[in-house]
Ligand binder design. Structure first.
Ligand SMILES: Cc1cc2nc3c(=O)[nH]c(=O)nc-3n(C[C@H](O)[C@H](O)[C@H](O)COP(=O)(O)OP(=O)(O)OC[C@H]3O[C@@H](n4cnc5c(N)ncnc54)[C@H](O)[C@@H]3O)c2cc1C
Length: 367
């Protein structure tokens, strides 16, 4: 917890201190909001690093898609071998210190409500704040998604989600069914298959792309997710839009070893494994499994915003840029199209700019 006691009535409460919350805090600082009296950042973690402090040990900076620098302080590059679980939290800690950001932790926000005088009451396990605006930057890591399949509760082996994964050693000599069509699934298959046998199942046939995933392709993918959130639909994953890249050595290696030969989703889970019914093109079959690893993604961690009734009938929150449509005092940074390190950087600064114009137009524009 910061040593400066923070006032409980501020212009802006930022919830979450990952890439999205820190870039917003930097933006608010640059826009002239005074730390502590003008804004605070409430973070549920005991230490800096956001979700990065919980990622698996073998995820190095070389095997991530690329962790973009936060604005204003470069991430000192290494040779790509540093575990992200250590390197990113160290950088975030340095970032918070360097800019003396008013991050208060551990503070888990339980609910955000409107007050009678049309402000926001932010209720947490460390007390209550009131604010004129809220920036939600809580990411997705705390809301892992596991789909339901018949027989799931009867399985005798281990079931785990990406968030529970630590290292392949836990599976040595076993058979592991990996579920999911995203990059976490392919990365984990690549390493688990070196010590265990694996089966990969996905709902949709994976689309592989061997061209460079350039800025145009990135922009096109983000535009599709933007369209979804503008219409109030649940933001899908960017991989669903972009396809999976074959452009990394570990994926090429896994493809060469046949580890990424995919099967369609099974029909049910049994005590010993998984089963498929017969189809027109394949007979009924089963696979025995010691473990099922659900690399099936995440949902936005926005349950504490429920009292504000922001959800649209489409299941998502209708957005207008970084703010909730029709409510320019609530911004979601790191949500939908900004759910990447570079997207969060841009969205955090854009939200800060808009909040200055709205709440503190008298503050000087930064040079
Ligand atoms: C395995 C994996 C690898 C990835 N690799 C990349 C990559 O290489 N490049 C890239 O651009 N993106 C990557 N991503 C996406 C990545 O998660 C985002 O880009 C970015 O790190 C998310 O930042 P964030 O600030 O939104 O969320 P987080 O880092 O999750 O930070 C959210 C913070 O909010 C806190 N919080 C949550 N709920 C509450 C609450 N109720 N009250 C208070 N605090 C709360 C959390 O504890 C956390 O500290 C990856 C994602 C995964 C799952």
């Amino acid at each position: 917890m910061s040593s400066t006691p923070a006032p409980r009535d501020v212009d802006v409460v930022v919830i979450g201190a990952g890439q999205a919350g820190l870039s917003t805090a930097y933006g608010l600082l640059r826009q002239g909001f005074p730390p502590h009296t003008g804004f605070v950042v409430l973070d549920a973690e005991a230490a800096p690093g956001g979700a990065w402090q919980h990622r698996w040990d073998s995820l190095t900076l070389g095997t991530t898609h690329r962790v973009h620098d936060l604005p204003g302080l470069p991430f000192v590059p290494d040779d790509g071998t540093a575990p992200a679980v250590e390197a990113v939290p160290t950088y975030f800690a340095e970032y918070e210190r360097h800019f003396d950001l008013p991050v208060l932790r551990p503070v888990r926000v339980r609910a955000v409500r409107r007050t009678a005088d049309d402000r926001f009451r932010v209720e947490s396990d460390a007390g209550t704040w009131t604010a004129r605006a809220v920036v939600n930057a809580t990411g997705t890591w705390t809301r892992p998604f596991v789909p339901r399949y018949p027989g799931q509760e009867t399985f005798h082996g281990r079931q785990l989600h990406t968030v529970d994964y630590r290292s392949p050693e836990a599976f040595r000599g076993q058979h592991v069914v990996v579920v999911g069509g995203g990059s976490s699934a392919t990365q984990l298959l690549g390493e688990i298959s070196r010590v265990a046998s694996t089966t990969w199942v996905t709902r949709r046939v994976p689309v592989w792309r061997d061209d460079e995933f350039d800025e145009d392709a990135g922009r096109a993918a983000v535009a599709l997710v933007e369209e979804a959130v503008r219409e109030g639909r649940r933001p899908g994953s960017v991989v669903g839009v972009t396809g999976l890249s074959t452009n990394t050595p570990y994926i090429r290696d896994a493809l060469d070893r046949g580890v990424l030969d995919r099967l369609p989703m099974f029909d049910r889970i049994t005590p010993d494994g998984v089963e498929w019914d017969a189809t027109d093109t394949s007979p009924a079959r089963s696979v025995r499994a010691d473990a099922i690893l659900w690399a099936t993604g995440f949902r936005a961690a926005v349950g504490h915003l429920a009292p504000l009734q922001l959800r649209s009938p489409g299941g998502g929150i209708r957005m207008d840029g970084t703010s909730v449509a029709g409510e320019p005092r609530i911004h979601l940074v790191g949500y939908g199209p900004s759910a990447s390190t570079i997207g969060a950087n841009r969205a955090g600064q854009s939200a800060a700019r808009q909040l200055r114009r709205l709440l503190r137009p008298e503050l000087a524009r930064p040079a």
